[in-house]
Design a protein around this ligand. Structure first.
Ligand code: MG
Ligand code: CA
Length: 545
């Protein structure tokens, strides 16, 4: 078999997820009762469910229109997906969750909130206007076996602001930000701008700076001097928005469906992209740490919230002037925050946004609030001091175990993105037995269909027995495979690397395309048995140099 079926290697980290199970227990036992008691879900965030703990690492991709979000995702997963039409206008104005599934299908938002296996059940409160703009695309894609990706609607630029979304966009973003492992924020180096909606979206990310990776995309379209300027102004703008701008990592990238343009910082872009992809590759390994981190963040917010609610309750008169007292309390909320911080030694950073809290409190009946329940608070303190600390050794142990396993994403993922690297070591991952019989290959599987392929080859009018890159590209594009896939096929097929395809190389290219169209996964390096016999000798001598 010339290709590997992507289903052949099911990978789960389930066996080693002791920490996740323990986190789940702690949440249900210690945190959830307090959240319920003080109506935390109404004010801040719906409760966690099993799926929030069990799901695969998720990557949220966001940015303004035409910064290359969808293209970036296609680059990651190497294929098109339903709703991936790319365009500068509001094309993807959906939230699209890309997840692994044996059968390709699109599940609409309303149905998604019913599925207990998916981590989207509590998106329900955002209502129909949001759910109509939310979908899940399932595909048998290899990368999606290890991580899920969320594509988001383009953030509106100033000029398009009049379009109303019909749902609270920043709040939805925050819901995702709380639950994902990575947030990739794309900017266009060629056209950097900061709109109001973007600034509001940043508000939703506050407190999750550790998950954020900023990509200055399309960096090959500007010269080095422009790039330095754009980089500087991006850092300055981000510094105004985020509390801890120093921890933000900004990558220079060029995730294009178009071939990358030659520029002074070409090599820098390559290194930066490798770094970013390595970061994404490591997500499954770091997932438990992320979950622990988020549970601690949440527990601290719950503690601050419990103090706020119980303080308000305690200040309310039992019979008279309830309404006017309530308004006074809301007005004095900033002061109350400070009081609680001092009295209960709760760090200011644990508190929610005061203005938002005031808005939410307006519609509440304060007399129904609960007073401070010391047993619940003691349980919460125990969670933050002992329980979490006890998990750390377990976590370290688990990390060790995972490190000894092969990374779930090494392999195709790595190979596809190391653009030139496979040339240096063309037989790297081939199993021993194949390697040893390398020299005695008698059959070239492509030979069987060669007359058919030769006919196409000749119709494209080759020059001196070879077809140039642009000619082949034009023909390849007609297959409608994504450019990133075609580029990979080109790299595999141009065996001698002369930038042209002779009839053998071309036949190989068509063979790979047919395989890909039939649903096979492309090999990351050309297996030796696929190397055209006419090229075998030269490749061998190259390798021995
Ligand atoms: Mg898009
Ligand atoms: Ca060639």
């Amino acid at each position: 078999m010339s290709f590997r079926r992507f289903r052949s290697t099911p990978k789960t980290l389930g066996d080693v997820n002791v920490v996740t199970e323990e986190l789940k227990n702690l949440y249900y036992k210690r945190l959830l009762p307090i959240e319920r008691h003080y109506s935390f879900h109404h004010f801040h965030s719906p409760s966690y469910e099993d799926a929030d703990f069990d799901n695969k690492p998720m990557v949220l991709v966001m940015g303004q229109y035409s910064t290359g979000k969808t293209t970036f995702i296609r680059y990651l997963i190497e294929q098109d997906f339903a709703g991936s039409r790319v365009g500068p206008e509001p094309t993807t104005d959906c939230f699209t969750a890309l997840m692994y599934g044996e059968d390709e299908q699109t599940i609409p938002g309303n149905a998604l909130t019913m599925d207990p296996k998916k981590p989207f059940r509590n998106l329900d409160p955002f209502g129909n206007s949001f759910l109509n703009r939310f979908q899940c695309v399932q595909m048998p894609n290899q990368l999606l076996e290890s991580i899920s990706i969320i594509d988001t609607p383009g953030i509106l630029t100033a000029a398009k602001r009049k379009l109303s979304r019909g749902y609270d966009f920043p709040t939805v973003l925050r819901w995702f930000a709380e639950r994902v492992d990575r947030i990739i924020l794309l900017f266009d180096a060629h056209k950097l701008e900061f709109s109001d909606e973007l600034t509001r979206a940043f508000g939703a990310l506050c407190g999750h700076e550790d998950k954020l990776r900023v990509v200055l995309n399309k960096a090959d379209r500007v010269d080095s001097q422009q790039l330095v300027r754009v980089y500087g102004s991006l850092m300055w703008s981000l510094g105004k928005v985020f509390r801890t701008p120093e921890i933000l990592r900004v990558y220079i990238g060029s995730f294009w469906s178009e071939p990358r343009q030659m520029c002074d910082h070409y090599h820098l872009i390559e290194l930066e992209e490798e770094d970013l992809l390595a970061d994404i590759r490591n997500l499954p390994r770091n997932a438990a740490v992320r979950k622990l981190n988020d549970l601690v963040k949440r527990a601290r917010l719950v503690r601050a919230h419990a103090h706020i609610i119980s303080y308000l309750k305690q200040e309310m008169p039992t019979i008279f002037c309830k309404e006017s007292k309530k308004h006074n309390l809301i007005y004095e909320l900033p002061l109350i925050f400070t009081k609680i911080q001092q009295q209960h030694r709760v760090p200011a950073g644990d508190f929610p946004d005061c203005t938002k809290m005031q808005e939410k409190l307006l519609g509440q009946d304060f007399s129904k609030f609960k007073t401070l329940k010391s047993s619940l608070m003691a349980s919460l303190d125990k969670l933050l001091t002992n329980d979490i600390a006890n998990l750390v050794p377990l976590l370290q142990q688990q990390e060790q175990m995972k490190k000894s396993l092969p990374s779930v994403l090494d392999g195709e993922f790595l190979g596809t993105f190391r653009r030139e690297q496979f040339r240096e070591d063309p037989f790297k991952d081939i199993p021993k037995d194949e390697e040893s019989s390398d020299a005695e290959f008698d059959e070239w599987i492509v030979e069987k269909y060669k007359p058919k392929y030769d006919e196409i080859f000749n119709n494209l009018s080759p020059h001196d027995g070879k077809l140039s890159g642009p000619k082949v590209k034009k023909w390849m594009t007609s297959t409608l495979l994504p450019n990133s896939v075609l580029a990979h096929i080109w790299r595999l097929s141009d065996v001698d690397g002369d930038g042209m395809l002779d009839n053998d190389e071309f036949a190989l290219a068509v063979h790979l395309i047919e395989g890909k169209l039939e649903g096979y996964w492309l090999p990351k390096e050309l297996p030796s048995h696929l190397v055209p016999p006419s090229k075998r000798l030269s490749t061998a001598s190259d390798a021995s140099e």
